[in-house]
Design a protein around this ligand. Structure first.
Ligand SMILES: [Zn+2]
Ligand SMILES: [Zn+2]
Length: 276
């Protein structure tokens, strides 16, 4: 029932997360260039051709940029919503194959099951993912404007949760971004803020969750310390000091185990875990 993951890249420069369990490897998003993606895998001893499937959350470049070329070069099938397929124009490109993931339905890849949960974002058919291997479950959601009930329900049983903590609204309002872009990010189909994540942690985080990763932080409109402090404070107020909190930046993380207590002397047990 082993399950572990590591973020290979996060944020506007490119998102990809490798998930591994029972000899099965999947990528959640492929937003790095195909060569960069292959190099990051090889640098951790993973043969790109050994990846069993790429699951795409949505068509935006920072999540999909390397998908088609990687699929073609390494013979890896892509899986995602019908909307993502149409929006990427994949029909015109040669890829190893595309499997449609219906909303809420599970897809088995070896021992792993991946479920696509519809989330509110200005894309064609965006998904959060729940990856399960037996009793170990990971929830993975970036690029969404608010927490819908279906996402809260799907994540309630997750042992580890990765969510975006994109911006601080005050920093965003004061930034040099054009107003139209600020409106898009702040809107209900944009990105969630540190405060929205804090509200989720205060009210929605499931009792079984022991690992929280904050991802997709804006380099312009957020500070890692601010995102981390906001989340830790929300957890502390709820008495959830057993949840290990970490933040990923563009360089990703090390391996993070899902559903297993951290070994003695390792982060966890209320300590914060800094992985970059
Ligand atoms: Zn994004
Ligand atoms: Zn997006």
């Amino acid at each position: 029932m082993s399950l572990r993951f590591r973020v290979l890249g996060s944020g506007s420069t490119g998102n990809a997360t490798l998930v591994e369990g029972e000899g099965v490897r999947i990528l959640l998003d492929a937003g790095l260039g195909p060569r960069e993606l292959a190099e990051r895998l090889q640098s951790i001893g993973v043969d790109p051709a050994s990846v069993d499937a790429i699951f795409l959350s949505h068509e935006h470049q920072d999540h999909s940029k390397g998908a088609a070329s990687f699929s073609r070069k390494w013979g890896v099938r892509i899986c995602g919503s019908r909307g993502t397929y149409a929006a990427m124009g994949l029909g015109a490109e040669t890829i190893a194959g595309y499997d449609v993931l219906e909303p809420g339905a599970g897809r088995a890849v070896g021992a792993l099951t991946v479920r696509g949960i519809p989330i509110p974002h200005d894309a064609a058919g965006p998904y959060a993912f729940v990856v399960a291997n037996g009793g170990a479950t990971l929830g993975h959601a970036t690029d969404f404007g608010h927490f819908p009930t279906a996402l809260l329900d799907a994540f309630r049983e997750c042992d580890a949760v990765l969510v975006e903590s994109n911006h601080d609204p005050d920093l965003l309002r004061r930034s040099a971004y054009p107003w139209s872009l600020k409106e898009r990010i702040l809107g209900p189909r944009g990105h969630v803020s540190n405060a929205e994540v804090a509200r989720y942690l205060a009210r929605g985080l499931g009792d079984v969750c022991r690992t929280l990763v904050l991802a997709h932080l804006s380099q312009t409109n957020n500070h890692p310390e601010l995102a981390e402090a906001t989340a830790v404070d929300a957890l502390r107020r709820r008495g959830r000091t057993e949840v290990a909190v970490s933040i990923t930046n563009a360089d990703g993380t090390g391996w993070i185990a899902v559903g297993q207590p951290p070994p003695a002397g390792q982060p966890g047990g209320g300590k914060q875990l800094r992985l970059f």
